[in-house]
Design a binder for this molecule. Structure first.
Ligand SMILES: Nc1ncnc2c1ncn2[C@@H]1O[C@@H]2COP(=O)(O)O[C@H]2[C@H]1O
Length: 896
């Protein structure tokens, strides 16, 4: 045959060692079966094998082979020519140099510094092995073995330490016991008497012990056994030995041997440490890193890769084309050493691939490629999933592709790191991401899902729960809830209506410049009849007769109730340092700017909301929480929160291209208008300016609170406000489901967060929100009348949309077909119950939920009884009124 077979054992199955370390994942392992096949195949001059995911290539061209093998360890093995005629070969020289059958021919004979030249693929700077005294462990069953004595004496001459043990058990015990402190450099095992010591078994056991990858393992065999089979060494190598040595008692030979062994062990130890350091660096970098073999099977990926593409760290080798494509892959196969090209990556959780810039390199110790490295850079809007804070801002805010030089990009980005841009949410994301370190895959997946959710800008905008069911079962409820919660109702493809003011005369003008200034009415005398006075005396009860007030005041309930509550019970005048006259003027102007023509959004609704807020403010939780000026701001917000409401929704105004929608860019159109007009009317005229005596700071505070509360009544943000409130005050509820709100367990209230002002803001928002839709939590007769009124207003909007050929925002709300009971059931089920439960527990007002539930039940009964239209509801109301004791309508009680 003439030449030594050269073998490349190529491991296809990347494995992790018992400690899960990544350097072990890089190691190539040749299992027994393959080794045996290798032995057989090696007898042929050239062969190639594939089995069990391993490939073995045998070639007759090379003198030595470099292999990575063993039980989860990586080391280099240099073998002298086993047979052959080339006397000039390095192996032949080594053969002459000592009596040892095998000599590590490439290694210096004396290397007392513990340093070996690193392989080309590991940077020299990383290879560091501190000088250590050589440690040898001999395992010889015979106590008086001369071979053992020679080895020990050689080590002592080299300034090292030698120990000897007699059996496998003692050896393994010692290794386990001394694992972190005294793992020897070299272990010599007597393999001459298999009946006394099974050397192969012991070698495997040693390799299965932690931290023994770098130990240099020598098997001592008899010369006769050694010469019997030219491939006999392979069984030892496969078991984990690095070296097979014929027995010798020559101390000099042993001295050379142990020094070389120590050098090799130190080199391998340093290389493993360096590889571990490089793997750790790859893991911590934000670029996506993948390393393949020359067949482009991915052997190693870093955490960024796994996070972004949805891979698991411990995944076995997979063809890279399963995850990647594009120019980068094409270049990887052309043999180029370095390249830069785009790569297309497929994410497991997302249908669309992403394209990233990729830098690649091929690595090879010899001319052949051993590894291909892909480094993909997450660009704008992608990646950095493991990091929060500035890292995500950095990636998200810059298009890295537009910056030509990598150096320039990194420098300019580095400046960003200094900016104080960290928001609480980014801190939370950072913390969560940090918690994935070393966490089990299921936890990592869970945390990553949470982080993905946190990264969206719509943090508090849950999708409608059980929406499909709702759609199927009740299109009316779907229509209503969809219209209330959705910001997507605007049809941008509308034909321009010509006249910007498309509102009907019913709604008059809503142009913000048109203000119904009623300051000429400022000398209103507020006289109350006995009935009105009596009624106002009950203004702080939950079954306050709001409609009676509407009647008694001839449609001007807000000024009367406002004066009674704001001027009386809550002494807003004292809080704002204004006189009662100014307050009365203010109330009058505000009330006048409500549209009496609206069936629902008129000043009676404002008075109703004011009454609810006043009622809530009387509850202990709020009484003790809010300053007088804050309570005043809450009452002001309630009174003014729907001022100048046109009786149609924001979506309608957007569709109609109304000036208010243009002014507010289709965003929070009505609420912005309500807040802005409130201040415009108030500040415009000193006689109504209830803020005129406030100092600058207090005014700013009150203004901030009023605007914030009015804006909070926007229903598209309903779940956002609710979720924030629940998360802050019910965060510890054990039964909370994913949305943080629905739980089968009772909510457990935790009000410790009230010490923070921003959380008090959540309370105020919740208060006005609940007041705004409290009609569904009022006693039945009130709830029914409000439901009739809002339905009528919805129907009018639909009529108008149809008449003006506008998109119909709530098509089901057609007076001819709509079921009012079913709309109420949907409204209570999907909007009211959850919110009222949260609020009722907070202020200790269970009747809020009780009324809502009993109203819901009542609507269900009416639905079953066939009640549908407005006329049906009115009929039921009349019947109920007949059964109820009559109420007398009072004479008008205010005069101008
Ligand atoms: N009983 C009800 N039935 C249906 N919708 C209601 C009811 N009460 C209030 N709403 C809606 O809830 C919205 C709350 O904000 P608005 O007052 O702007 O407009 C209100 C109505 O559109």
């Amino acid at each position: 045959m003439g030449c030594t077979p050269s073998m490349l054992l190529d491991h296809k199955n990347r494995r992790r060692d018992s400690t899960g370390s990544q350097e072990a994942a890089l190691a190539k392992v040749a299992p027994t079966t393959l080794c045996n096949k290798a032995v057989q195949a090696a007898r042929a001059p050239r062969a190639s094998l594939e089995s069990d995911g391993f490939s073995i290539q045998l070639s007759s061209k090379k003198d030595s082979y470099v292999s990575q093998m063993g039980n989860n360890f990586a080391t280099q093995l240099h073998i002298k020519r086993i047979s052959g005629s080339s006397s000039g070969s390095p192996g032949a020289r080594a053969g002459r140099r000592s009596s040892l059958a095998l000599t590590p021919e490439d290694e210096p004979l004396v290397d007392v510094t513990n340093r070996s030249p690193p392989p080309a693929n590991i940077p020299t700077a990383l290879i560091y092995s501190p000088p250590e005294p050589l440690e040898l462990l001999c395992v010889f069953p015979e106590r008086t073995s001369r071979v053992c004595a020679a080895a020990c004496s050689a080590v002592e001459r080299a300034g090292g330490e030698a120990r000897s043990l007699r059996c496998a058990r003692e050896t393994l015990d010692a290794l386990r016991r001394d694992n972190d402190t005294r793992v020897p450099h070299v272990i010599v095992v007597d393999a001459r008497q298999p009946q006394q010591l099974d050397a192969l078994l012991l070698a495997r056991a040693i390799r299965g012990t932690k931290n023994t990858q770098h130990v240099y393992l020598i098997a001592i065999v008899k010369k006769s056994a050694y010469l019997k089979d030219e491939f006999g060494v392979l069984a030892y190598l496969e078991a984990g030995f690095n070296r097979v040595m014929v027995e010798t008692v020559n101390t000099t030979a042993w001295c050379a041997e142990v020094l070389q062994a120590r050098s090799s062990a130190a080199c391998s130890r340093a290389q493993i440490a360096a590889t571990a350091a490089l793997a750790a660096a790859a893991d911590r970098c934000r670029d996506l890193v993948a390393i393949t073999d020359d067949q482009q099977r991915i052997l190693l990926t870093n955490k960024s890769w796994c996070r972004m593409l949805g891979w698991r760290l411990e995944e076995g080798p997979r063809p890279i084309h399963e995850a990647a494509g594009g120019e980068a892959l094409r270049l990887a196969t052309t043999g180029a050493r370095d390249w830069e090209a785009p790569v297309t990556l497929r994410r497991r959780a997302a249908p669309d691939p992403i394209m990233l810039p990729c830098r690649g390199a091929t690595i090879g110790l010899t001319k052949t490629t051993s590894h291909i490295v892909f480094v993909c850079e997450p660009s704008a809007g992608e990646g950095d999933r493991g990091r929060g804070s500035l890292h995500s801002i950095r990636r998200g805010s810059l298009d890295v592709r537009s910056v030509a030089s990598d150096g320039l990009r990194r420098t300019s980005l580095a400046k960003l790191q200094g900016l104080p841009l960290e928001a609480p949410i980014t801190k939370v994301i950072s913390l969560l991401s940090a918690a994935t370190e070393g966490a089990p895959p299921s936890t990592v997946a869970c945390i990553e899902r949470a982080v993905d959710m946190l990264r969206t800008s719509e943090l508090y905008s849950p999708q409608m729960r059980d929406e499909t069911k709702l759609r199927v079962e009740d299109p009316i409820a779907t229509d209503l809830i969809g219209a209330l919660l959705s910001r997507e109702q605007v049809n941008q493809n509308l034909v321009y209506m010509g006249n910007a003011n498309v509102l009907s005369s019913r709604r008059s003008s809503n142009d913000s410049t048109v203000v119904r200034s009623q300051t000429n009415r400022t000398n209103i005398k507020h006289k109350t009849t006995g009935q009105l006075r009596e009624l106002l005396d009950t203004a702080l009860s939950w079954d306050f007769e709001i409609f009676r007030l509407e009647d008694l005041t001839r449609g001007r309930p807000l000024a009367h109730l406002g004066l009674a509550l704001m001027g009386g019970r809550f002494d807003v005048c004292a809080a704002l340092e204004c006189d009662e006259r100014t307050l009365l003027h203010w109330l009058t102007v505000i009330e006048t700017n409500y549209h009496a023509v609206n069936t629902y959004h008129n000043s009676t609704h404002a008075a109703d909301v004011l009454q609810a807020v006043a009622y809530f403010l009387e509850k202990d939780r709020l009484k003790n929480l809010l300053e007088p000026v804050e309570a005043a701001a809450a009452l002001i917000s309630a009174a003014a929160h729907d001022i100048d409401h046109p009786g149609t929704s924001s979506a309608f105004l957007c569709n109609a291209r109304h000036p208010l929608a243009i002014l507010y860019n289709d965003v929070s159109v009505l609420e912005s208008h309500h807040a802005a007009l409130t201040f415009k009317l108030t500040l415009n005229d000193d006689r109504v300016n209830i803020f005129k005596n406030l100092d600058r700071d207090t005014y700013k505070t009150v203004r901030h609170h009023v605007i914030d509360m009015i804006l909070a009544t926007e229903m598209t943000k309903h779940f956002e406000h609710l979720a924030k409130f629940v998360n802050v005050f019910y965060a510890k509820s054990s039964g909370s489901k994913e949305d943080g709100m629905h739980t089968d367990e009772p909510l457990s209230l935790d009000t410790t967060a009230l010490s923070q002002p921003e959380n008090v803001l959540l309370v105020k928002r919740m208060m006005i929100k609940c007041a705004d839709v409290s009609n569904a939590s009022r006693p039945q007769k009130f709830a029914m009348e409000w439901a009739r009124r809002i339905a009528e207003e919805y129907f009018l909007q639909t009529d108008e949309e149809k008449a003006k050929d506008l998109p119909v925002v709530m098509p089901m709300f057609d007076r001819a077909t709509c079921s009012i009971p079913r709309s109420q059931i949907g409204f209570i089920d999907y909007i009211i119950i959850d919110m009222m439960e949260a609020w009722a527990a907070f202020i200790d007002m269970p009747e809020l939920v009780n009324h809502a539930r009993s109203n819901n039940q009542h609507w269900r009964e009416l639905d079953e009884a066939g009640v549908t239209t407005l006329a049906d509801v009115k009929r039921v109301q009349r019947q109920n009124a007949i059964q109820a004791p009559p109420t007398t309508t009072a004479e008008p009680t205010t005069e101008e």
